[in-house]
Design a protein around this ligand. Structure first.
Ligand code: MLT
Length: 402
């Protein structure tokens, strides 16, 4: 179940002297789409019922193409940040006829009472938005290091901590969270991504790792099987440097131990400029062909759209922060031989071109006792592209743990 898409027609009285939809009308169409969405869900009075009013605090709109009278625009909405009293919604408007992206926008709201004092975001609204965004389990919101993180926690048993890559969120683990019964599955959104807070500054691998350690403390979890995908693997290396005794098993998925080469560092800076100037979706579009296997790209449009949507919904601040954190991270090659004693699975998609199988094989060979699993039909995202095969490898690994 996803959030309702809203179709709205552009009227002549909303257009300027040259016939284009004007900027004030854009704002009101975005607003109407939000109210219509609530009308089809918990009701337009979901805020007033709770004694709260969503006051607009900040708006950023990217106007991408002109729209004209008679165009039908399809509005999609996503909740990209959820704090105690504030939330951020991302909306896009596409023309139905040719699917052209007309505009995308980010709206930051703070809930206030009649006296203008901040009050908590109504639970009913949060539940509606979260349930419709593809997560069925129990989502908690925990504050660590002054930042509110969204975390999915499901099941009982030994804990597995899933750490997503860039620019993605915890929902890449949806099929693992659903399937791996007998374990306490924990999947947070890293700061700056998904529904976690996205502060403007201060990102780094050490802080991502410290957030995870604090999250485990808050959940009362001592040790975990740590499973990181790509940038999640870079965070896992940092976690191992600081909290090795809390890691009872390690899964390194589609990741690498090496730091960025100079040309990759320059590409990170260029991507950060693109994100600032043209938004997260522009960065996502350049990454998409590299993220998925050719067979996924050509034959599985639902997965292509899922990943495209995840990347486009990443807050720009989080995207820029992650790019800087990856650019500045230390290499972890010297850590690999020291991981003897931590059972390790290195898993990679057979068609991954970002962190190819040969690199994964070399990493597995450098970690004493590590095993390697290559997942056919998957690119950089085996948990999403080939969930059954990924789950099978994970189960086999988990069963083998002491
Ligand atoms: C990721 O999936 O996390 C990124 O592709 C990692 C990277 O760009 O190094």
């Amino acid at each position: 179940m996803s959030l309702p898409e809203i179709d709205l027609v552009v009227y002549p009285d909303e257009c300027d002297a040259f016939g284009h939809l004007n900027q004030a009308s854009f704002l009101s169409l975005f607003e109407r789409a939000r109210w219509e969405m609530l009308l089809r869900g918990p009701g337009m009075d979901v805020f007033t019922r709770a004694g709260a009013w969503p006051a607009l605090r900040k708006t950023v709109i990217d106007y991408r193409a002109a729209a004209f009278p008679g165009d039908v625009l399809r509005f999609q909405q996503a909740l990209t940040h959820h704090g105690r009293t504030s939330f951020t919604m991302r909306q896009t408007a596409r023309r139905v006829r040719d699917e052209a992206l007309i505009a995308s926008a980010e709206f930051v709201f703070v809930c206030i009472d009649r006296d203008g004092k901040p009050v908590p975001v109504p639970l009913e609204f949060s539940e509606f938005m979260s349930a419709r965004q593809g997560f069925t389990g129990e989502t908690q919101r925990l504050t660590v290091h002054g930042v509110n993180l969204a975390v999915e926690v499901r099941g009982e048993g030994p804990a597995i901590l899933f750490v997503h890559g860039y620019p993605l969120d915890r929902t890449i683990w949806r099929e693992q969270i659903d399937a791996l019964e007998g374990f306490r599955r924990i999947a947070p959104d890293l700061r700056g991504m998904g529904q976690s807070d996205a502060p403007d500054l201060g990102y780094g691998m050490a802080l991502y790792a410290a957030d995870l350690a604090a999250l485990l403390d808050a959940l009362g979890v001592d040790d975990v099987v740590l499973c990181g995908l790509s940038m999640g693997g870079y965070v896992a290396f940092e976690f191992l440097r600081q909290w090795r005794s809390r890691v009872r098993g390690l899964v390194l998925m589609d990741t690498r131990a090496e730091a960025d080469a100079p040309e990759v560092r320059r590409a990170r800076d260029a991507a950060a400029s693109t994100a600032r100037e043209r938004g997260a979706s522009a960065v996502g579009e350049t990454m998409l062909p590299k993220m998925l296997a050719p067979s996924t790209l050509s034959g599985r449009p639902e997965i292509v759209e899922r990943v495209r949507g995840l990347m486009a919904a990443t807050p720009v601040a989080g995207m820029v922060g992650a790019l800087g954190a990856m650019r500045d991270r230390a290499g972890s090659e010297s850590l690999l031989p020291t991981l003897a004693g931590i059972p390790t699975l290195v898993l990679v998609g057979a068609a991954d071109i970002i962190t190819p199988p040969d690199q994964a094989r070399a990493m597995a060979e450098a970690i004493p006792g590590a095993r390697l699993a290559i997942i056919p039909g998957a690119g950089h995202l085996p948990p999403v592209e080939q969930p059954a095969a990924t789950n099978e490898s994970l189960r086999e690994f988990l069963r083998s743990l002491p």
